[in-house]
Structure formats: structure tokens, C-alpha cells
Design a protein around this ligand. Structure first.
Ligand code: PBG
Length: 325
């Protein structure tokens, strides 16, 4: 066998030191965003059974969680509200005293610029039918009337003190509409994170428990078909043209091809959301002793960054950031 001149990639794997020296992808705490849930009318934080270790927070426990994420060096927090009352229009979403706006103001006052307070801008947590928009008289999600609700939400969240609005509703034209509404209100300073390529995924299952979702049916008329790769890029390019400050792909791990496409084409930061089902699958397998939990968490987040994500929304953000220090 002729071995002279043989390529030997193993040379660079011989020790931890050399592997660290040639490593291409690293996780930094500031690249992580912690999603947090705040519920109206509860006296104690309430565990979310399908997301072990995650809670519906009270205002007090929410503030402690944000403090933990700041201490751990996490880049920011993304807030979701769980209201007590829901209606067809999702009134709680635009009420300054609605739980999400209230919590945002509470945190903005306490934390100021010490972290980046971000809010979910979508109606599904606030509507009694559980859809991300308002319905027309035939029960279909009415795109353009929903934009009016989103615009009002954008203003309410900006006024409450949110710095980055996470537009997760997948309505056509939502970024352009909200940008225009914000600018007209003198809030050019508030940024928009577009959940650009958001797929109709089974991986949102645990989240539906987390926000006490009342959805019957599915979101397939607005969220994307998991089979479509090209369309993910199309959605991201549209959001770029509409003025998105950040674009996102969601879920993350099963959509790394889409993430890679978007990362290649984007002129703004590209984020990815490691969603509730991705979290639950690893936690569930680890609880059964079927997988090495810590390695699986680090590998999953590393892979999302390797595929081209700049920042990852992950329910492990605080824990992972701590472990990196
Ligand atoms: C919509 C929204 C959802 C998630 C984030 N924003 C739910 C959905 O689209 O059904 C899911 C996040 C997760 O599963 O972790 N407000």
C-alpha cells in the first residue's frame, strides 16, 4: 500500500488542544436568546409539563429569570404572554394593561439597556379561536384585517418598551405594515425580527401547552409546508425587502437547509428558533437515560450555528450560557 503523501485529517484531532485550535464554530452566550412565558392571574410560577424546567412565570419570577439570563451573559429575552381572558380579536394583545405589555413595561423599567427585551408579536395567545390572526365571516384567517391588529400591537409593544418585535404570525406584508405604523408613530428606533421562514411544524406541540393555546385545527393556510425549501428563501427575501432588521428560520434543527440558504442570501442577521418540540425531544430522551443530555444540547445548538445561524432562541439559553463560563 502506497502511504506516502496520504491525506491525514486525523492529525488535527489528536488532542483536545489541537481540536480546540481548529474548531470552526463556537457558542457564545451573547448569541443566545431566552424565550420566557408570563401568565396573568397566577400566584406562583407554574411548571410546563411538556417542557421540563420551563415555567409560566409571575411578574416576580419573570424578573428573576431575566436577572439570571443577564447574569449568565445571555444576549436577550423573548417574551410570550398568557392572558386570562381571550376573545375573537385578541384584545389583550393591544391593551396596555394586557399581560404581555404589562410585563414588558415592568422589565424595561427594571433592566433598561442591560439586556434586549423582545416580544412575540402575534395574536394566537390572545384569541379565543387560537389563530394567529382575526377570522372573516367564513372562518378563514383574514390577512389584511390581521395586519391592522398587528400594527396596533406593534405600537403597544413599542410603547411598553420592547426593543425588538418578533413577528411570528406569517401574514403576508406584515413587516412592511408594522414598519410603516411604527415610523408613523415616531418609533423608528424599534426593530423588527421577522419570523420569515416559519413552517407548520409538529414541533410546536409543547408550546401550545405553554401558552394554554385554544387552537382547534392547524395553521397550514399561513405557516409554510415543511416540504418546501425554496419558499423559505422567498419568504426571507420578501421580509428583507419589507425592511426586516433580523430574519429568522423556525424550527431550527429540521430546517438547517433552509437556514443555510437564508444565511447565504441575507444582508441582515439570521436567527433560528430551537422550538419547544426540539427541547422536549432531547429532555424526554435524556430523562429516560437514552441520550447524553449535555452533549445533545451543545451539539444541537452548535449545529444550528454551523448551518449559518448568528443567534439561537433556545429554552436552554441560560443553562448553556452558564455552562460556557
Ligand atoms: C406564535 C408562536 C408559536 C411559537 C412561537 N411563536 C406557536 C405557533 O406558531 O404555533 C412556537 C415556539 C415553540 O414551539 O417553542 N405566537
Amino acid at each position: 500500500m502506497e502511504l506516502n503523501g496520504m491525506q491525514r485529517p486525523r492529525r488535527l484531532r489528536q488532542s483536545g488542544a489541537v481540536r480546540a485550535l481548529v474548531r470552526e464554530t463556537r457558542i457564545h452566550p451573547q448569541q443566545l436568546v431566552m424565550p420566557l412565558f408570563v401568565a396573568e392571574g397566577i400566584a406562583e410560577p407554574r411548571p410546563i409539563s411538556s417542557m421540563p424546567g420551563q415555567f409560566q412565570h409571575t411578574l416576580d419570577s419573570l424578573a428573576r429569570a431575566v436577572e439570571d439570563s443577564v447574569d449568565a451573559g445571555v444576549g436577550g429575552v423573548m417574551l410570550f404572554g398568557v392572558p386570562q381572558e381571550k376573545d375573537a380579536e385578541g384584545s389583550g394583545a393591544t391593551d396596555p394593561n394586557g399581560i404581555l405589555n404589562l410585563a414588558t413595561g415592568f422589565l424595561a423599567e427594571r433592566f433598561g439597556d442591560a439586556t434586549v427585551i423582545q416580544t412575540d408579536l402575534c395574536l394566537d395567545e390572545f384569541t379565543d379561536h387560537g389563530h394567529c390572526g382575526v377570522l372573516d365571516d367564513r372562518g378563514r384567517v383574514d390577512n389584511d384585517r390581521t395586519l391592522e391588529r398587528y400594527n396596533a400591537m406593534a405600537i403597544a409593544q413599542a410603547e411598553a418598551g420592547s426593543q425588538l418585535l418578533g413577528m411570528s404570525g406569517m401574514m403576508d406584508g406584515q413587516v412592511a405594515a408594522a414598519r410603516e405604523a411604527l415610523d408613523a408613530a415616531g418609533r423608528e428606533d424599534v426593530a423588527i425580527l421577522a419570523y420569515s421562514a416559519k413552517y407548520a411544524s409538529a414541533l410546536y406541540g409543547p408550546f401550545r401547552e405553554a401558552v394554554d393555546s385554544s387552537l382547534q385545527g392547524d395553521r397550514k393556510t399561513y405557516q409554510q409546508d415543511p416540504a418546501n425549501r425554496r419558499e423559505g428563501l422567498r419568504e426571507a427575501l420578501l421580509d428583507l425587502a419589507e425592511g426586516a432588521d433580523v430574519v429568522m428560520v423556525k424550527p431550527a434543527s429540521w430546517y438547517l437547509d433552509v437556514l443555510s440558504d437564508v444565511a447565504e442570501a441575507s444582508t441582515v442577521p439570521v436567527w433560528a428558533y430551537q422550538v419547544s418540540g426540539e427541547y422536549a425531544m432531547i429532555e424526554g430522551a435524556a430523562a429516560n437515560g437514552w441520550i447524553d443530555r449535555d452533549r445533545a444540547i451543545a451539539e444541537s445548538v452548535t449545529s444550528i450555528l454551523r448551518a449559518g445561524g448568528d443567534t439561537v432562541l433556545t429554552y436552554w439559553a441560560i443553562e448553556l450560557a452558564r455552562s460556557l463560563r
